[in-house]
Design a protein around this ligand. Structure first.
Ligand SMILES: Nc1ncnc2c1ncn2[C@@H]1O[C@H](COP(=O)(O)OP(=O)(O)O)[C@@H](O)[C@H]1O
Ligand SMILES: CC(=O)N[C@@H](CCC(=O)OP(=O)(O)O)C(=O)O
Length: 284
């Protein structure tokens, strides 16, 4: 028998205990960044999601789309402004966020998943009261802080064999109609509400690096007790602060483990879930 056939069978056989571990469990994947923009990486992520779904993992996709929102704002001659890493969202920006996230990005993702053999259904935070929010702070405009998560619609989709694909526009719990929610934050809140086994945050960097300029300095495992020290030492900074914060909150609230994973590595989700190789930063 040719060597490559034996090797392929070996790889599949080795995945068995991991498939058994995650089958029937809920895994929330926050999808964004390069992995969503490059065709090749998008294809790899989507086929990973379909494969996990087919082996019985209850996969939930929460997507970002920051770069697409920025592009659309540019097209209408509006500059993007960020405050503490969050998009300053005035009323006009909120309309664009809703159009881009709930419309273009969500529907394109659902369509690709379905075309490649998945059974996906698109939802936004307003559907069936999934995410309710109030204004986080005046300084961010219509950026919301999630006050309530009702995961019933997501659970129903999972029970009916669908892959739910969720955009992070929330229903206002006050007089406002809609709030813009950072996708990492929303994914973490949903993972908690679903009692997820794992939260995966796909990003454009290997994980948490001791030296952000050197990709060989990956910190593979971070325990919650180490986080304050890493912030104090300036290791966790910039875009990593909200990411690590929401992982910490998710683990504290019962999610077994969270992982910051490199979406630039093809099939990083499968490597992470179905093998012994830890390739990102796991927070637990
Ligand atoms: N210690 C660190 N390790 C890795 N990245 C870091 C670190 N500190 C700050 N960063 C920055 O955080 C960024 C990831 O956050 P962000 O750009 O918000 O991700 P995303 O767009 O995927 O949500 C990295 O690209 C990097 O510039
Ligand atoms: C409040 C806030 O900043 N919302 C984000 C929502 C999209 C998002 O989070 O997309 P990424 O994951 O691709 O960055 C935004 O408007 O860009």
């Amino acid at each position: 028998m040719p060597y490559h056939q034996t090797e392929r069978a070996q790889v599949l056989a080795e995945a068995l205990p991991y498939i058994q571990k995650y089958s029937g469990k809920t895994v929330v994947v926050k999808y964004g960044g390069n992995a969503m923009i490059s065709d090749e990486l998008r294809h790899a992520v989507i086929s990973d999601i379909i494969l996990l779904h087919l082996v019985g993992v209850r996969v939930v996709v929460v997507h970002g789309g920051g770069p697409e929102i920025t592009d659309m704002l540019n097209k209408i001659g509006k500059e993007s402004k960020f405050v503490d890493g969050l998009r300053y969202t005035d009323r006009e920006t909120m309309d664009v966020v809703q159009q881009v996230l709930c419309g273009k990005v969500n529907k394109n993702l659902v369509s690709t998943l379905n075309r490649l053999g998945g059974r996906a259904i698109g939802l936004c935070g307003m559907d069936a009261g999934l995410f309710e929010a109030r204004r986080l702070d005046e300084k961010y405009g219509l950026v919301g802080e999630i006050t309530h998560v009702d995961p019933a619609a997501v659970t129903d989709c999972l029970n009916d064999g669908y892959i739910p694909v969720i955009s992070t526009v929330a229903q206002g719990a006050d007089a406002e109609t809609a709030y813009n929610i950072n996708a990492d934050t929303a994914a973490a809140k949903l993972a908690v509400a679903l009692h997820a086994e794992k939260l995966i945050l796909l990003t454009d960097i290997r994980g948490l690096l001791r030296d952000p300029g050197d990709e060989d300095t990956l910190i593979p495992v971070v325990e919650l007790s180490q986080v304050p020290g890493l912030v104090k030492d300036g290791v966790i900074k910039g875009g990593m602060i909200p990411k690590v914060d929401c992982c910490v909150e998710a683990v504290r609230s019962g999610v077994k483990s969270t992982i910051i994973l490199d979406g630039r590595i093809p099939h990083s989700i499968l490597i992470e879930l179905l093998s012994d190789e830890g390739i990102g930063t796991m927070l637990l």
